[in-house]
Design a protein around this ligand. Structure first.
Ligand SMILES: C[S@@+](CC[C@H](N)C(=O)[O-])C[C@H]1O[C@@H](n2cnc3c(N)ncnc32)[C@H](O)[C@@H]1O
Length: 363
């Protein structure tokens, strides 16, 4: 007991520090656990089949990756809304995914209550050629990234929207919207496509266990069982503008808690900060896509300056603009700014000197 009390008195500051450290550790642990839980959420469960399917089409081992459960969970609100609008339920809404890997997407949607899901090991392009695409209400897919699959998919989707006016949900990497083929093919839909973008997390894809480690995703060689080569998000269109607006309404309403909030709600974010606070954000045009999550080739990707730097840039610009017709007032303003800046810097320097002194005295 004595020893303990001695310890308490002698090492009191140390105990205080260690308590703070403990608190920090606990916070970190909490955060870590949250991330782990979230990551587990985004991982697909065990593959649908354990033996490699006999693909009746040319495949690239790198393409064999299945979409995570969380991705489907995220679009659940839209699917429910769409089902309701056409007088169907989760159980009767028919969904078509033409690209087959291991069939896990069907299990994922089944888990969410969607029982009419078509995802079979058959050649999508043959189906297009022979005009034998199965009937469906909603088109959902994650295509192979290799070769010209992306262009072929976009061509199909464009024609499908023009002819059948059905909604599509495409889980694509962030670079797709930067490609010329995207702009060329989706020209008419471009202003209507919604981008449903994970802000606080990213989607991880799982290669089935029959994928050859040397030929498949490089993540397998590193001993990982999931991969996420690009930030990916949903490219969505409701089939027509009215349905598209319903999806937007559904998203913003689902984010609002009370009826009052829902009544007053405008169908967009108040500002960029509000958007970035979301776990997953709905962008209504390419220009709304957060800079940080844009495709590599996007010229707008360069980091947005912080608010202070933005203000400085604005001030500099306005100063430059005013140079040609500079007058005394402007000069006075500049002088004031300068003196404020120098005063501010001096104060800062004084503060740091004081701090240093304090530390020196303490030692
Ligand atoms: C990225 S995976 C996605 C699988 C599934 N759609 C999902 O979201 O989990 C793409 C798959 O498309 C398949 N694929 C490639 N060419 C195809 C074709 N012509 N017809 C159907 N599937 C094809 C490949 O087998 C590959 O595993």
């Amino acid at each position: 007991m004595k020893e303990a009390s001695n310890k308490n008195t002698i090492t009191e500051p140390a105990v205080k520090v260690s308590n703070a450290a403990k608190r920090r550790k606990r916070k970190k642990k909490k955060k870590k656990n949250h991330n782990v839980n979230h990551n587990n959420n985004s991982l697909p469960s065990s593959p649908a089949t354990s033996s490699k399917p006999q693909f009746p089409f040319k495949v690239d081992a790198l393409d064999h990756c299945e979409s995570p459960f969380e991705a489907y969970k995220n679009i659940d609100i839209f699917l429910q809304r769409y089902a309701k609008s056409i007088g169907k339920t989760k159980g009767t809404l028919s969904i078509y995914d033409p690209y087959f890997c291991n069939g896990e997407m069907k299990n994922n949607l089944n888990k969410l209550g969607y029982m009419q899901v078509y995802n079979k090991c058959e050649d999508f392009y043959k189906r297009i050629e022979t005009n034998t695409i199965p009937d469906y209400d909603v088109f959902i897919t994650n295509p192979p990234y290799s070769s010209d699959h992306m262009e072929k998919l976009l061509h199909y989707v464009k024609n499908m929207v023009l002819e059948k006016k059905k909604p599509f949900f495409l889980l694509l990497p962030n670079y797709v919207y930067t490609k010329q083929y995207y702009k060329d093919i989706m020209m008419n839909q471009l202003n209507h496509i919604l981008y449903y973008i994970p802000i606080k997390f990213r989607y991880y894809y799982q290669p089935p266990n029959w994928v050859n480690k040397k030929k498949g995703s490089s993540a397998l060689l590193k001993g990982k069982n999931v991969t996420s080569p690009y930030h990916s998000f949903w490219y969505i269109y409701g089939g027509n503008d009215m349905k598209n607006n319903e999806l937007i309404e559904e998203y913003f309403n689902s984010n609002m808690k009370t009826m009052m909030e829902k009544k007053d709600r405008k169908m967009n974010y108040i500002n960029r900060i509000e958007m970035l606070k979301q776990r997953i954000a709905l962008c209504q045009s390419i220009s709304e896509i957060p800079y940080e999550l844009r495709g590599e080739l996007d010229t707008q990707k360069k980091k947005r300056p912080n608010p202070r730097a933005r203000k400085r840039n604005r001030d500099n610009n306005s100063n430059n603009d005013g140079c040609s017709n500079s007058n005394n007032n402007n000069q006075k303003k500049n002088n004031n700014n300068e003196s404020f800046q120098t005063r501010y810097n001096n104060a800062k320097r004084k503060k740091s000197v004081k701090k240093k002194k304090k530390i020196y005295n303490f030692i």
